[in-house]
Design a protein around this ligand. Structure first.
Ligand code: AMP
Ligand code: MG
Length: 502
């Protein structure tokens, strides 16, 4: 473990850090320096994000960038800390988890005054590492980089990836793997599990400080509300309901929705064994550690609610002194999650089918289509994208006909959908165009990610990852030169399990 007694090198000009989290009391974190690595090599610098954050890309080139994003060179003004948190892992409470392999260098403000955490993941042991080595292997780091940036391009809230550095050191898992460090950028790394850490210690003062911190940073408008803490909970619930519905719309399965992996900001964080579904099946699970299917695709809404109930429980002491008066509004708020989630889900599914008006039968129409997809093992992304070309009754829908070959129910469904579309006021071409902005053609499919990882790990060839990044940056645009990347995997390419690689 590296401590502040070591004297690191300091870089003078790269970031202008603020350290609001490090100003909280010491029990919120541990001051820790990244552990230097042998031969850092900057593989990716996310230039677009560098510019969005108002940073100067020239300061991050070559060796300097490699040194900064590996933790070998500490930007001046940084106050590196590992955050304390606990959490429910697969339903079991663990009172202390914390950043066991990550270090928050500090926060920066972008041109709009928005505050961003700059965090190194895979940066060595901390006080929270337990038996872990504090490191990350190249494969999972590539997976997180690709998926988080793809998620952003799809328009779904997520932490971002600023840089990927290989360390020149081996990481020992089931095999010996090359090590890497990811630089993550997030609105904040406060998690449901951060509140649980203090609730487990009955540290109400810390819960209040943390809630005030999260409100100030993430939901400042809440301060004017009659009961700010209740409104804060409502905001988090709303953000999570919208987020998880967004995942459902693009077929994303987070895979480890433990409360320590749920951000208060409503951003997707902690990409582990996550994956995008190919063939539609509501019970799809990829994660090798999710033996009971707790975090299966279709369970995500319910699990989100379960996690938020844990958050509300932590915040109960802030809602008022009289427990009888606080428990029932808190319960109502948790129950409200299902309504919000269903409403976001339905609104998005309507959009995917080109509908902006609301009709009672819409849920039924959506469900019938999903049932048909499941019955035929149809590719979720391809079916919705193909439907964009099927708005006009006269179009050639050969691909869809092939997918649902000879099924009478499909013919009936198509007729029902066309009838329903007639109730919309927009012209068919306008409807189709709107659908093309909602139904992606390109998603980060598992087999493509695996191919990119294998190529990098086995041949040090990152060109497949370059290609993936390029095509996933505009997932809603037809990119004819990349058309084969829109296909579902061939039987021999199918990936059935993903690993978190910790
Ligand atoms: P995760 O499954 O990545 O969400 O991590 C759960 C907990 O395990 C967190 O406290 C992580 O910091 C910790 N952890 C995961 N991998 C490692 C590792 N290689 N070394 C130390 N801690 C780790
Ligand atoms: Mg985690």
């Amino acid at each position: 473990m590296s401590t502040l007694s070591q004297s690191p090198s300091f870089d003078k000009s790269s970031f202008t850090f603020e350290n609001s989290y490090a100003c909280l009391p010491e029990r919120f974190f541990q001051r820790t320096l990244p552990v230097p690595v042998k031969t850092p090599n900057l593989i990716y610098l996310n230039r677009g994000l560098v510019e969005e954050l108002g940073l100067n890309p020239d300061l991050f080139h070559g060796e300097n960038g490699a040194a900064i994003f590996s933790g070998n060179l500490i930007p001046s003004g940084a106050d590196p800390i590992a955050l304390a948190y606990g959490g429910h892992q697969f339903g079991h409470f663990v009172p202390q988890l914390g950043d066991g392999r990550a270090v928050l260098l500090g926060e920066i403000l972008d041109a709009n005054g928005k505050r961003w955490d700059i965090q190194l993941k895979g940066s060595g042991q901390t006080t929270f590492s337990r038996s872990g080595d504090g490191r990350a292997a190249l494969g999972p780091v590539m997976r997180e980089y690709i998926l988080s940036e793809a998620m952003h391009a799809l328009g779904i809230p997520t932490n971002r990836s600023l840089a990927l550095v290989t360390t020149g050191e081996d990481v020992f898992r089931e095999n010996i793997l090359p090590g890497a460090i990811l630089t993550r950028v997030a609105s904040s790394h406060v998690r449901v599990g951060t509140f649980e850490f203090f609730a487990a210690r009955k540290d109400i003062e810390a819960i209040k400080l943390l809630a005030d911190y999260a409100i100030n940073r993430l939901y400042p408008k809440v301060k004017c509300a009659e009961n700010p803490y209740l409104t804060f909970i409502e905001c988090v619930i709303d953000a999570q309901a919208s987020l998880i519905a967004g995942w459902m719309h693009v077929g994303f399965i987070h895979g480890v929705m433990n409360t320590d992996n749920m951000a208060i900001s409503g951003e997707t964080i902690d990409y582990g064994p996550c994956a995008f579904m190919d063939a539609y099946d509501p019970m799809t699970v990829y994660s090798s550690i999710d033996h009971s299917g707790r975090y299966a695709y279709a369970n995500q809404g319910k699990i989100g609610q379960w996690n938020l109930a844990s958050l509300v429980e932590c915040l109960l002491p802030l809602l008022g002194k009289d427990e009888k008066k606080t428990v029932s509004p808190a319960k109502e708020i948790i129950e409200e999650f299902s309504n919000k989630f269903s409403a976001y889900w339905l609104r998005g599914m309507r959009g995917k089918l080109g509908l902006v008006t609301a009709c009672k039968e819409d849920t039924f129409i959506v469900q019938q289509l999903l049932d048909l997809m499941q019955k035929h093992g149809a590719d979720y992304t391809i079916v919705f994208r193909q439907l964009c070309d099927a708005v006009n009754r006269k179009s050639n829908i050969g691909k869809l006909t092939k997918i649902f070959s000879g099924d009478r129910l499909w013919v009936d469904w198509l007729a029902r959908w066309h009838q329903r579309l007639e109730q919309e006021t927009r012209a068919p071409e306008e409807i189709a165009e709107s659908m093309r902005c909602i139904n992606p053609i390109f998603i980060p499919r598992n087999h493509l990610i695996e191919q990119a990882i294998n190529s990098a790990v086995e041949k040090n060839d990152f060109s497949p990852m370059d290609t993936l990044q390029e095509l996933l940056a505009t997932p809603y645009s037809d990119q004819p030169s990349y058309s084969e990347y829109a296909n579902s995997p061939k039987p021999e390419e199918r990936i059935y399990q993903t690993f978190c690689g910790t």
